[in-house]
Design a protein around this ligand. Structure first.
Ligand SMILES: [Zn+2]
Length: 235
């Protein structure tokens, strides 16, 4: 019978090990770390949008500048031409062209101002986001450290329990250990249990007093089992 007591000790440790393994995959620290990661990613994405807007606006500003210079050159040329023409119809046509180019030139100026505004707004937004990004980075770093230390703590617990389990299993006969492992496949936490009154600690069904008495009288080499679930019963 004391063999079953030893086995119950093994099972208690096995349960503690599986609980610790479950805890390590359900850590609040992991949830906190994921939240911190997500917040930083959101800020990074907003900054990336600003950067893209700035790049696009600046590249259009370069193009607008080039067009503006082309228009300036054209205006110089047209004004020079205007001074040399004598025919009124020709002068009129040139004046008309000058007016068109001037108005286009002014539209380009407007567009450039508009684009500079876009750059300015995006830069301002980036400046606002920058301290938030720094905070989110340090929150993430702290959350990552907290997660790693929580994991280390449970890992240490698991390795201490595993060592304890090896020591506890040493005193149990290998054949009994094999039977225990087989029973555990069906009832991980109830391959061996105690009775609570007449109730099996594993399946929670009542065992008749007659059966309990018979189990108590069993010779030492026989191991009592619950008639319902087959769990070893420790008296
Ligand atoms: Zn049972």
């Amino acid at each position: 019978m004391s063999a079953l007591n030893d086995l119950l000790a093994v099972q208690t440790t096995d349960i503690a090990i599986s609980q610790a393994k479950h805890r390590v995959t359900h850590l609040q620290e992991a949830i906190d770390r994921d939240i911190a990661k997500k917040s930083l990613a959101e800020i990074d994405a907003q900054i990336a949008v600003c950067d893209a807007e700035i790049v696009a606006a600046n590249s259009e500003i370069t193009k607008v500048d080039r067009f503006s210079h082309e228009h300036d050159d054209k205006l110089i040329k047209l004004n020079k031409q205007l001074k040399t023409v004598i025919a009124p119809r020709e002068a009129e046509a040139l004046q008309h062209e000058i007016a068109t180019v001037t108005s286009e030139r002014s539209l380009l100026d407007d567009r450039e101002l508009e684009l500079m505004g876009v750059v300015e707004i995006a830069e301002l937004k980036k400046n606002e986001l920058s301290p938030l990004q720094a905070t989110a980075k340090s929150v993430l770093a702290a959350a990552t450290m907290a997660l790693s230390s929580a994991k280390q703590k449970i890992d240490a617990e698991i390795s201490a329990l595993t060592e304890q389990r090896s020591a506890q299993a040493l005193v149990v006969a290998p054949s009994l250990m094999a039977t225990y492992e087989a029973k555990r496949k069906h009832r991980p936490d109830g391959a061996v249990c105690r009775l609570t009154g007449p109730t099996c600690g594993s399946c929670h069904l009542d065992i008749s007093q007659g059966e309990i008495n018979a189990m108590r009288l069993m010779p030492a080499e026989e191991l009592p089992e619950c008639p319902h679930c087959g769990s070893f019963i420790v008296f």
